[in-house]
Design a binder for this molecule. Structure first.
Ligand code: V47
Length: 369
């Protein structure tokens, strides 16, 4: 029996079998196939080659230190101008309180991101990190996207290396993957004209990797971008990974339109999301992990995505994040899942749940050591 009724998919399957790298044209062909289950099977083959039945999750919490931002991205429903009544900036004390509650609930990671807020002194960032590290030395601080690092360097007139070294010394352990959006022009300038451009985002990621820290990478899909934009994005990430090797995980982010300047759009369909997970797994041959971010996909689709190449569901506790309170409503989700619930979801899909720390060490093995 042949693998697929789509001859192009059969050709690509032979390449995948041989361990060959897929091209930009292959990426387009993968998206163009109407054989969704064969595409999923192909991505699942690669996923099982890398991870077997293991599926990771962690116990984490998001902390958004400010929603004040000047970037004015069309896809964002989170940011506020400083004068809006619901604009906020959290104090270090508030961060400590949230981190304390997270640690008490078994969190191993705090995911820290915020808007580009010109009212903050540079010491805000270092004080935030060092206070958290001092109070909770075992809590992993995954903090600041390449866009925030770019803003900090420009606004405080510091070199990139200075910014990275000072934040690292204060307690930054790794960086989340936000702000990548879609790299290709003119799409990037249409959706986020005032944001760090693609070359700078990738260059900064390389500098963080050179400083010995891991980062993640994302792609925001399901808005105005083309399939070419998406495949280009994946190829650029793969090229950067070839050079600097520090990306741990890729997270495709399904666009959620309500409350944004693109609210008239529908967002991606379920099939589009599954295809995107699968194509990501197949194109990003030098990325170890593909995350099905359940907060955006919904628990049910995230569970299915585990059969389409994803090997990570992100965290149990995401309450307090910029993409949680408002965006998870559509997915019909609570903004938190207990460890038991996430493990049951993974088992029910036929996989083996593994609680990990930020660097993908199994937590059970760490506590047994
Ligand atoms: O950069 C903004 C996206 C990102 C919307 O590294 C939206 O482990 C959908 O990067 N609909 C921030 N998405 C979140 C992020 C992330 C999340 C979870 C884990 C990790 C990680 C990183 O959220 C932004 C942007 O691409 N975003 N607005 C929206 N309306």
């Amino acid at each position: 029996m042949q693998f697929s009724h789509d001859p192009k998919l059969n050709e690509i399957a032979a390449q995948v079998e041989a361990g060959a790298r897929l091209s930009f044209a292959d990426g387009l062909a993968l998206y163009a196939t109407d054989d969704l289950s064969a595409l999923g099977k192909l991505a699942d083959t690669v996923r099982r080659r890398l991870h077997g039945r293991r599926t990771y999750y962690n116990v984490n919490r998001h902390f958004n230190y400010t929603n004040v931002c000047y970037a004015d991205c069309k896809f964002c429903g989170f940011y506020r101008s400083p004068r809006q009544p619901d604009a906020y900036t959290h104090s270090v004390e508030e961060a400590l309180k949230l981190a304390g509650a997270a640690v008490a609930e078994g969190a191993t990671e705090l995911h820290i991101v915020g808007g580009l807020n010109t009212k903050l002194p540079f010491s805000y960032y270092t004080d935030l990190l060092s206070s958290l590290k001092h109070a909770y030395p075992r809590l992993y601080l995954k903090a600041f996207t390449m866009v925030e690092l770019d803003h900090i360097a420009h606004f405080y007139k510091l070199s990139d290396d200075d910014v990275i070294e000072q934040l690292k010394a204060a307690g930054m352990d790794s960086c989340p993957g936000g702000g990548a959006e879609i790299f290709r022009e003119p799409t990037r300038s249409t959706i986020c004209a005032h944001k760090t451009d693609a070359e700078r985002w990738l260059d900064l990621a390389g500098k963080v990797h050179a400083a010995g820290l891991k980062t993640n990478a994302t792609m925001l899909y399901g808005h105005i971008e083309s399939i070419e934009d998406r495949v280009d994005h994946l190829v650029r990430l793969r090229e950067q990974q070839d050079k600097t090797g520090g990306f741990q995980c890729f997270i495709p982010l399904a666009f959620y339109p309500p409350g944004t300047k693109l609210a008239h759009l529908a967002g991606p369909s379920g099939v589009d999301s599954l295809k995107t997970v699968a194509v990501s797994r197949l194109m990003l041959d030098n990325f170890a992990h593909i995350k099905a971010y359940w907060v955006m996909l919904g628990k049910r689709l995230a569970q299915v995505a585990l059969h389409y190449g994803a090997n990570d569901l992100d965290g149990t506790i995401t309450e307090g994040g910029e993409l949680t309170e408002s965006y998870s409503v559509e997915a019909g989700n609570e903004v938190r899942m207990s460890k038991d619930e996430i493990a049951a979801l993974i088992r029910d899909a036929g996989f083996e749940p593994v609680e990990r720390d930020t660097l993908y060490h199994p937590v059970a093995e760490l506590s047994a050591a």
